[in-house]
Ligand binder design. Structure first.
Ligand SMILES: Nc1ncnc2c1ncn2[C@@H]1O[C@H](COP(=O)(O)OP(=O)(O)OP(=O)(O)O)[C@@H](O)[C@H]1O
Length: 476
């Protein structure tokens, strides 16, 4: 072995018994076949899971992108066992790579993995065993896996979690389990501390908007990328809403909706076997019925001009990653945050009249084929609200085109607000109310945003979601 400097190591590797040269710099890890018969492989340092030296063997586990998919690759090389100088140089080199690869994050995280065997198409256990676990092992994470046994189990787990035992809670599920964790943290004896426990969702449900928002379109449905986020993502504060209904308070991290979109979500639960296609089916059924809903919606508006909101997003996304997680104040840990606007009358605007739906949410995507809130940000302290007025069946079908890229944003019959709170009262008997995809009674409720209350792991410190900010020609 020749250690030419602390960043480069030349070993006899196991890749066809050819000499392999490992090196790293501030951004990437490179392995090179020294005989130059195959091309160099560069791996971003963020994709280095572990590098180990044991005896005379140096062993690297890295993620390599292969036709868009991330695969775990294991490469090793060995040197003369009796060469103590080489052994010590190798140890220093390995330490150097690991420090660079885990810059700003702890190595060997302690993770609680909550797997919902029932979510989506029922594949979560297999996804955990075959895709997630090998990566956690390669990254030398210490983890405990729990399989949820009934609805509400994840909430119980979160309400009793020993906060000092884990660095993050990972879900192998859909958004419903993340919703349960958030509500469980709210019931913890130290809720404010519990909310600082980061959540890392791995997509295995039928609604996986949380991972889509955190990881972006390319990686949002990718189990490996989501597992990497659990290992290397940094805590990012995310806003959460209190939902107050009939005196009972619960929490929502993703969305609330009534009307067509709630019918699509909750009215297709029996079709879970279809995966996310059930939402497409629900939409087409909604076009046929084109049902008008009547609500009274009062909004404590902060912003409502679409251009300005699009500009605000651009500014947010071009600034440094937003990793500032507010500390838990002394003496604050046992009380939930107060509701600031529930009894206040000033600055509210009320809307009534027939609408297709009201959708409110905290992240760009609400499902893989709907970017309902393209200008949503994780921690701007407001909820995005869309009140979708009645449009023709033809326009409904047209609106389906481009829904996954946020095209609906510019539609003139879609009023869009950013608000710190809102109140919704149904003016009709029957309907669906969906909170993060879970059913709540179809009754009046009050919603208020708590800035940065909960925590999620993120690789980018924002929602890395592309949205065309320009108003398209022809839209009002
Ligand atoms: N063992 C279980 N049996 C039945 N239900 C369960 C079990 N474990 C969890 N659940 C429930 O499954 C629901 C779906 O959770 P999950 O987050 O995995 O998926 P989802 O994508 O949000 O929804 P779904 O796949 O149901 O459409 C949650 O509301 C949870 O309470």
């Amino acid at each position: 072995m020749v250690a030419t400097n602390s960043r480069q190591l030349v070993l006899i590797g196991t890749l066809g018994q050819l000499p392999v040269q490992f090196s790293f710099d501030s951004t990437s890890f490179t392995f090179r076949d020294s005989s130059k018969t195959s091309p160099d492989v560069h791996v971003p340092l963020s994709h280095v899971l572990s590098v180990d030296v044991s005896g005379s063997v140096v062993d690297a586990h890295v993620l390599v992108r292969n036709r868009g998919h991330l695969d775990v690759v294991n490469i090793s090389g060995n040197f003369q066992e009796d060469d103590s100088e080489a052994s010590s140089a190798a140890k220093d080199w390995v330490q150097g790579v690991m420090t660079a690869a885990y810059s700003g994050v702890k190595e060997c995280r302690r993770l609680l993995v909550v797997v919902n065997p029932h979510g989506g198409r029922g594949k979560a256990i297999s996804i955990f065993n075959h895709e997630v676990e090998p990566i956690l092992k390669a990254a030398r994470c210490r983890y405990k896996a729990v399989y949820t046994e009934y609805g509400g189990h994840a909430e119980e787990i979160a309400s009793q979690i020993s906060l000092d035992d884990y660095d993050a809670v990972v879900t192998v599920s859909g958004d419903g389990t993340v919703h349960e964790l958030i509500n469980g943290f709210a019931q913890h004896r130290e809720p404010m501390k519990a909310f600082r426990m980061p959540i890392a969702p791995i997509p295995a449900g039928s609604g996986n908007a949380a991972s889509l928002n955190l990881l972006g379109v390319e990686d949002g449905a990718n189990v490996t990328a989501a597992t990497l986020n659990a290992i290397k993502g940094r805590p990012m504060a995310v806003d959460v809403l209190s939902i107050l209904q009939s005196g009972k308070r619960s929490f929502s991290f993703l969305s609330q909706c009534v009307g067509l979109m709630a019918d699509i979500d909750l009215g297709t639960e029996h079709l879970r076997w279809m995966g996310s296609s059930r939402f497409t089916y629900g939409f087409l059924r909604g076009v046929l019925t084109r049902k008008a809903y009547q609500f009274s919606i009062s909004v404590k508006t902060v912003m409502s001009e679409k251009e300005k909101m699009a500009e605000a997003l651009q500014e947010y996304n071009s600034s440094a990653p937003h990793y500032d997680v507010p500390p838990v104040e002394e003496g604050d840990a046992t009380a939930l945050p107060p509701l600031q606007y529930v009894d206040k009358q000033d600055g509210w605007t009320t809307f009534e009249g027939p609408i297709l739906h009201m959708y409110a949410g905290k992240g760009p995507f609400v499902s893989s084929d709907l970017m309902q809130f393209p200008v949503a940000m994780p921690n701007d302290g407001v909820v995005d609200i869309v009140i979708q007025g009645m449009i023709s069946r033809v326009d409904m079908l047209k609106s389906y085109d481009g829904a996954e890229t946020g095209a609906l944003y510019w539609q003139d019959k879609a009023q869009y607000f950013k608000a710190s709170a809102y109140r919704l009262r149904p003016l009709q008997e029957d309907g669906n109310l969906s909170i993060d995809g879970e059913r709540l009674p179809f009754k009046e409720y009050y919603a208020e945003v708590h800035r940065g209350l909960a925590t999620m792991l993120s690789m980018s410190g924002r929602y890395p979601v592309d949205f065309t900010l320009e108003r398209p020609p022809g839209s009002a």
